[in-house]
Design a protein around this ligand. Structure first.
Ligand code: NAP
Length: 279
């Protein structure tokens, strides 16, 4: 566990958590078993969204009887993020998740409702005890500047953004901004969604070499690299208990300076693009 930058939630958040996008598309029992194995192994941070079909229902079954172990995060769609719409969306998610509170509630990406309205709803939800903290997703540094003008310091718990070995844009401005303001960075799609480097690619061979030397797997090495800064967390999605077990073990792997330098060279950050990439 890292020190907890999800400050206002007052909980320990596992560095490696569990994503749930498309988790409702396969075998439901297998998906529940994967989440439960993850929880057993300390991956207590579970990420979902109203957008993810029936994923919230799958989570409800997986966490039944063990809600207090979980740091539960869901997201409101921008099209619902008016002051009233955010509250209704949160209540819908709580019902689907069969819980009375979220540990963190995020604006999924920036839409057309004024940030003031969404923040007012988040603060109302927090006062009512329905959420313990709130944050944002897919916010670039200039969006974060605007958000902090609206909300003030120490209100934004996290910014959930795209981050994997071949997509390191957030290292240019988002991670430094978040470090400066005490906001956690949550790396989504840490395996590139479904495009993880194969061992016969140039970068993939470096990953494989380090993995072999450390008696780890390439995915564990990737997760360890992505979470090397203390502000960064990652939420890989796994639909089997075996995959969940592999991902959870990455939390114990600390790479050396040389290994980090080798990965940095194998998967170069590249120049800063104009916008923030998102899936
Ligand atoms: P991801 O976690 O990068 O990759 C998921 C893929 O990796 C799946 O095909 C999964 O296969 C495979 N996988 C996982 N663990 C594995 C292992 N140990 N060995 C081999 N394969 C493994 O992709 P993602 O789902 O896009 O991103 C993760 C989470 O981030 C999402 O589920 C969601 O919660 C969140 N997210 C947020 C946003 C946003 O806008 N805020 C956008 C995208 C994603 P199996 O399913 O077969 O295990």
């Amino acid at each position: 566990m890292k020190s907890n930058p999800f400050g206002q939630a007052g909980a320990n958040v596992s560095v490696i958590g569990q994503g749930t996008w498309y988790l409702d598309h396969g075998d439901r029992k297998r998906a529940i078993a994967a989440l439960q194995r993850g929880l057993d192994l300390g991956m207590t941070h579970i990420d979902t969204a109203e957008m993810y079909g029936d994923a919230e229902l799958v989570i409800a079954d997986a966490i039944a009887g063990r809600r207090d172990e979980v740091f539960l995060v869901s997201k409101v769609l921008p099209s619902n993020a008016s002051r009233g719409g955010t509250i209704t969306a949160c209540e819908r998610s709580l019902k689907r998740l069969k819980t009375d509170r979220l540990d963190c509630y995020l604006l999924h990406w920036r839409g057309s409702y004024p940030l003031e309205d969404t923040v007012a709803a988040f603060e109302d939800l927090a006062k009512a005890g329905k959420i313990k903290s709130w944050g944002v997703s897919n916010f670039d540094a200039d969006d974060l500047d605007e958000m902090i003008d609206v909300a003030g310091e120490d209100r934004i718990a996290c910014n959930q953004v795209l981050y994997h070995l071949r997509e390191r844009t957030i290292e240019h401005a988002v991670i430094p901004w978040c470090e400066q303001h005490g906001v956690a960075v949550v790396a989504y799609s840490p395996f590139g969604h479904d495009d993880f480097p194969t061992s016969n690619s140039k970068g993939g061979s470096v990953l494989a070499r380090i993995a072999e030397a450390r008696r780890a797997t390439p995915r564990q090495v990737a997760l360890s690299f992505l979470t090397r800064a203390t502000t960064v967390f990652a939420i890989p999605k796994a639909s089997s208990a075996e995959h969940a077990g592999e991902n959870a073990a990455a939390g114990d792997l600390v790479l050396t300076k040389d290994e980090i330098a080798a990965l940095d060279a194998a998967f170069p950050r590249g120049p800063k693009p104009r916008g923030l990439p998102m899936l």
